[in-house]
Design a protein around this ligand. Structure first.
Ligand SMILES: Cc1cc2nc3c(=O)[nH]c(=O)nc-3n(C[C@H](O)[C@H](O)[C@H](O)COP(=O)(O)OP(=O)(O)OC[C@H]3O[C@@H](n4cnc5c(N)ncnc54)[C@H](O)[C@@H]3O)c2cc1C
Length: 564
């Protein structure tokens, strides 16, 4: 054991889970017995008799901060088929390996499932002897799982206060980067033990303990990224393409850039997925008729980009862009630089701050911007308030209604029709626990150490009332954070980046434009620098269009490089 600022120590951690689901009790017992015999010393084998029961078990495992390595599901089950179960399970444990148990007659369903749920394998029943037909498959899958970040960081533990903004930031960072961790309150017996062992006190939280037993007190995001196995240092100092921003547009560019042979690096300041990564269910993205969670879409896109050879840097913010001859230089927050022939700016938008007395001090302590999915299980049986009338707020209301006793959606207008998609309005209307409050604004918040009360105001009459709550989630208009590009390229009055034909005011090319052609469609006023997705002026603020623009930007990158 080694010592650092805290200490190195070891704690007893639960083994990762293998879950088997089968409605036939005889088969179910046999599967669990075979699996337990071979893997029982390293894995905890759980058994469920239906899809819903298995999903409940998975949620419980998730809440305890434990890991699931493998799911073995029978296909033909009455309440929910194996494929349906595996699809739902992917939302909870996207990295768990998935196996479908089928009868010979169901092989078509199994083959179809390879696409629907990224099935790793299907096993024909019966599989006897297991030494030949079951174990070799499971050995391979467990090995593949053990190589994922989920397994590598399966035992990160975070000790913090329920209402501490720095504790929330650590959990939010890990959750958004899909890094599993176990959350412990500083007054939990295990939390107390970890604090003691690290030589820390309650005043030092958040404390982060790595699987190897290294303790970090209030680590920075870069430290967290490094300990979670995320890449923070670029492998090279020159690239064909640097993509800034890891939302759908940036991930789209990284996938297309790398797959088409460009040396590509994507730089993300927080967590890949961007806004879409916060979405509990994206229902209108092409190819996912049953919807897809932002976490799942991000996980797939990230793996796809890496598979094609793109480098993904996390917890690195780009703060400067300049030209040096034919190269574009990008400066990071710590002053270091990388260079590239071309750049795609895919920095998206962030929520505007709700400016009401008391809220700023309570941010991260009951007041949250965006979905803050990590908080949902803590809202059980409580009243939750959500501000905003767009799809993002609607999705959050649906998501939180699974936990909260009542979800109050506050909107300034008379109804949601102008701002929210019809399918979501219909969903909200079907959920009894959700109440929409029209003509309502939040004008204040208060509480000792965390949010306890909100002051709401009727926007027509000005009449104010106070409500008791510990939870406020804010989804109001978003703005691009592009101040660092001021004076470098043309932006509109709200900070969105102007591209292509929109740069040709009165038929004139932008000031400083050095080429004898007009800017390409997504090109900014700096040749070779493109913008894609929500950050681009006049773009459609949707996942599909962001991905599409990310891909299109890469084809324009090729056109630019060919002309050089
Ligand atoms: C909760 C929620 C639900 C939504 N649901 C839907 C839906 O159902 N359907 C739909 O079509 N759309 C939906 N949207 C909108 C959709 O998510 C966005 O249109 C889409 O994510 C835009 O993608 P983007 O890549 O352009 O930007 P973003 O998703 O905003 O990603 C930008 C990324 O760039 C990073 N970044 C910013 N500046 C820097 C910098 N200087 N250096 C490094 N990194 C930087 C940010 O951290 C961020 O990760 C939803 C949005 C939200 C918030």
């Amino acid at each position: 054991m080694r010592r650092t600022r805290g200490r190195w120590f070891h704690g007893a951690m639960a083994n990762p889970v293998i879950l088997t689901v089968d409605d036939d009790p005889v088969v179910s017992r046999a599967v669990a017995r075979d699996v337990r015999r071979r893997y029982g010393d390293r894995y905890r084998v759980l058994r469920a008799s239906s899809g819903p029961e298995a999903l409940d078990a998975l949620r419980e495992v998730k809440l305890r901060g434990e890991q699931v390595a493998l799911l073995l599901a029978d296909h033909r089950m009455p309440e929910m088929t194996g494929v349906e179960f595996l699809e739902a399970a992917m939302d909870i444990f996207p990295a768990a390996r998935r196996v479908l148990l089928t009868a010979y007659a169901d092989t078509d369903a199994a083959i179809e499932a390879i696409n629907v749920v990224d099935l790793d394998h299907y096993l024909l029943k019966p599989w006897h002897p297991p030494e030949e037909k079951l174990y070799p498959v499971v050995d391979g899958l467990l090995e593949a799982w053990a190589a994922t970040p989920d397994a590598a960081s399966a035992e990160i533990r975070v000790v913090g206060h329920r209402w501490s903004a720095p504790s929330f930031k650590v959990r939010d960072f890990l959750a958004r980067n899909l890094v599993p961790y176990r959350w412990l309150l500083s007054d939990d017996p295990e939390g107390v033990r970890l604090l003691d062992a690290a030589g820390a006190t309650e005043a030092d939280v958040p404390l982060v303990v790595t699987p190897e037993g290294k303790a970090l007190i209030a680590p920075s995001e870069a430290e967290l990224a490094a300990l979670a196995g995320l890449t923070v240092v670029p492998a090279s100092d020159f690239y064909d393409l640097v993509v800034i921003g890891g939302g759908p547009a940036g991930l789209g560019s990284a996938v297309y850039g790398a797959s088409e042979g460009l040396r590509t690096v994507l730089v993300e300041r927080r967590a890949t997925g961007g806004q879409a990564g916060q979405s509990s269910r994206i229902e209108n993205y092409l190819g996912f008729p049953d919807g897809v969670s932002g976490a799942q879409l991000t996980d797939r896109a990230r793996r796809q980009a890496v598979k094609f050879g793109a480098e993904l840097l996390s917890a690195r913010e780009v703060v400067g862009l300049s030209e040096a001859g034919g190269a574009r230089l990008l400066r990071f927050g710590d002053g270091s630089e990388i260079a590239a022939h071309t750049v795609v700016l895919a920095t998206g938008v962030s929520y505007r701050v709700l400016d009401a007395p008391g809220l700023a001090d309570l941010t991260g302590r009951g007041v949250f911007y965006g979905a803050a999915a990590t908080e949902a299980p803590s809202c059980v049986e409580q009243d939750v308030y959500i501000v905003g009338g767009a799809n993002s707020a609607g999705q959050a209301a649906v998501h939180f209604s699974r936990y909260a006793s009542r979800v109050h959606l506050l909107i300034r207008g008379a109804d949601l029709t102008a701002s929210m998609s019809r399918y979501l309005i219909d969903q909200l209307e079907r959920i009894d626990r959700i109440t929409v409050h029209p003509h309502t604004a939040v004008v204040g918040g208060a509480g000792e150490g965390h949010l306890e009360r909100l002051t709401l105001c009727d926007t027509r009459t000005g009449e104010a009332r106070s409500v008791d709550t510990s939870w406020l989630f804010i989804f109001i208009g978003a703005e691009p954070r592009t101040d660092w590009l001021d004076g470098v390229l043309v932006r509109d009055e709200r900070g969105f980046i102007v591209t292509g034909p929109d740069l040709l005011a009165g038929g004139r090319r932008p000031a400083g434009w050095s080429l004898s052609r007009d800017p390409y469609h997504l090109e900014t006023s700096v040749p070779g620098v493109f913008a894609a997705g929500d950050v681009r002026a006049e773009s459609v603020k949707r996942v599909a269009s962001a991905v599409g623009e990310g891909a299109m930007a890469v084809s324009l990158v090729h056109r630019y490089l060919e002309a050089q």
